[in-house]
Design a protein around this ligand. Structure first.
Ligand code: AMP
Length: 517
């Protein structure tokens, strides 16, 4: 077993002078040798504040250079970073700190945030801030000690808690996902087994995904460091700057959500020539609409493109190399064993080939989480008899691959018929006037729910009638056709770029109410 620190320390022993991490806001750049020095100096500073092995420490930080260092330094000490999305409201972040029984926090110096966090921490617990904060806080700059004072690295128990990540919380309050040390290898190395990333100093990773997300941390940061590569931190996603960075830094690996790739391809300064250095494109977090996938494949000809299906809890369960032409088709990943269970049945009630059910993933695999932090109820709901219930609808095909068809909860039931948003979205996305489309069910007295398409138009906005005709002329069954098209300037998304369906459903409901008033 290799821990996160092992992966960094071994790379530093091999390549002390190679560039490990580069900031995009400042000129800070650290070689592997310097990175180890920084990690140890910060770890010594944290130790002096009383932070030690086994303590859970919340990091409530955006994608800052310091964020990466803080995570590695806490881990080096044997403490457990709990990575809370900095875009949560102060009361929400504080609620998670309290719920997790955390021992300290590292946040921005924002007054409201610090006050909320301080209000739930034990008295006198360290409130570290990146930048100078209000009284009672400790600036990270002053939180440094002698690197040699940190105890030598000791291999931890593989089953012990290493990190707490959070579910994205698109349908409720985020849950703390407890990741053990033994999960690290599988969470990092699948990039080699499945996505064609080869070990070496040529690797240059653009950190598109936030560090607090499983992909941002294990595949972005660690996907660079474990492979002797360089992590180019993106403090915020700006498509124009991303295109510039790819060309300037000679980025080899792009790993983002479909939305990131959409943004990069649509950037005014994008050109195929500027993407020359890219060798590998990986996307995860959501299926990519077919038309976008075609554009990605055309923009990166001959490069390895891989679709990764994963969740924070199990990391990557399914993948698909060269997904062009099969955007919803997946196969089990190298590190996982999967089955399709009948909806409403036990995890041993396995669906037939061709029958839709819930995707279940072997939870005895190394990459799997330990459970939800202080939520045995939620753990028991999702982990049953060695299987993790994903809540996603899947169908096994004759050829052994699977199709993933969206969340069980997102299924629309209209007039007692089931409609999968993904099928309708795939059809509408083919219309050239559509930039983004999300299909959902809105409550309706007569039908139970009606199918509604929420659309972000492209350059030439189509009319509702035009879209309706487009669907009528497609292969989509009549009852699946949207009964309304609502145009939005933006589709609401969370920090990991997932559509906030709940918010969109409320907006759609309100817009329809106004329209019918
Ligand atoms: P999270 O744990 O926040 O990363 O969300 C995991 C969920 O995102 C999964 O249960 C799926 O619903 C969805 N998801 C992730 N990756 C993919 C993908 N490649 N294709 C389709 N859905 C995906």
């Amino acid at each position: 077993m290799q821990t996160v620190y092992d992966l960094v320390r071994l790379a530093a022993a091999r390549r002390p002078d190679h560039l490990a991490i580069a900031d995009d806001r400042t000129d800070r750049r650290l070689t592997y040798g310097q990175l180890i020095g920084e990690i140890d100096a910060l770890a010594a500073g944290f130790a002096a504040l009383g932070i030690g092995p086994g303590k859970i420490v919340a990091t409530v930080l955006p994608n800052l250079f310091e964020h990466a260092l803080v995570l590695l330094a806490l881990h080096r000490l044997g403490a457990v970073p709990a990575m809370i999305n900095a875009r949560l409201k102060p009361e929400e972040a504080a609620g998670l700190v309290q719920q997790g029984g955390m021992a300290a926090t590292v946040s921005l110096p924002d007054e409201a945030m610090v006050r909320a966090l301080g209000g739930v921490l034990p008295k006198g617990a360290p409130l570290v801030t990146v930048g100078k904060g209000p009284s009672g806080t400790k600036p990270l700059d002053e939180c440094r000690g002698k690197p040699e004072s940190v105890a030598p690295w000791k291999a931890p128990d593989p089953e012990s808690l290493a990190f707490v990540l959070y579910t994205s919380g698109t349908t409720g309050l985020p849950k703390g996902v407890m990741i053990p040390h033994r999960a690290t290898d599988a969470r990092v190395l699948y990039m080699s087994m499945q996505c064609g990333v080869v070990h070496g100093t040529h690797n240059k990773v653009l950190g598109l995904m936030p560090l607090f997300h499983a992909v941002g941390f294990f595949s972005g940061l660690m996907g660079a460091l474990a492979f002797d590569g360089t992590y180019h931190l993106c403090s915020a996603f700006d498509p124009v700057r991303a295109v510039e960075a790819i060309e300037r830094e000679g980025i080899t690996l792009l790993y983002g959500s479909p939305t990131h790739l959409h943004g990069i391809l649509a950037a005014p300064n994008f050109s195929d020539a500027r993407m020359k250095s890219v060798q590998t494109v990986i996307y995860a977090g959501a299926a990519m609409p077919g038309p976008l996938l075609d554009r990605v494949a055309n923009a990166f000809p001959g490069r390895a493109i891989t679709n990764i299906y994963g969740t924070t809890e199990i990391m990557n369960g399914l993948y698909m190399p060269n997904p062009q032409g099969r955007p919803h088709q997946y196969r089990p990943g190298y590190y996982s064993n999967v089955r399709v269970g009948r909806i409403g049945g036990t995890v041993h009630d396995v669906a037939e080939i061709g029958e839709e059910g819930e995707l279940l993933i072997d939870s005895t695999a190394d990459a799997t989480f330990l459970g939800y932090l202080n939520r045995p109820d939620a753990t028991a709901e999702k982990m049953q008899d060695g299987w993790y219930r994903t809540g996603d609808i899947a169908m096994r095909r004759e050829d052994g691959d699977l199709e993933v068809r969206g969340r069980v909860d997102d299924m629309i039931i209209t007039g007692a018929e089931n409609v999968h948003p993904y099928e309708v979205e795939t059809t509408i996305a083919k219309h050239p006037g559509i930039a983004e489309v999300v299909v959902l069910g809105v409550p309706d007295e007569r039908w139970g729910e009606i199918v509604v398409a929420c659309v972000k138009a492209g350059a030439a906005k189509p009319s509702e009638d035009e879209l309706d005709l487009f669907c009528r002329e497609s292969t989509l069954a009549n009852y699946k056709r949207p009964r309304a098209y609502l145009f939005f300037d933006e589709i609401p998304r969370n920090a990991a770029n997932k559509v906030l369906r709940r918010v969109l459903r409320e907006n759609a409901h309100a817009a329809l109410g106004k329209r019918n008033a």
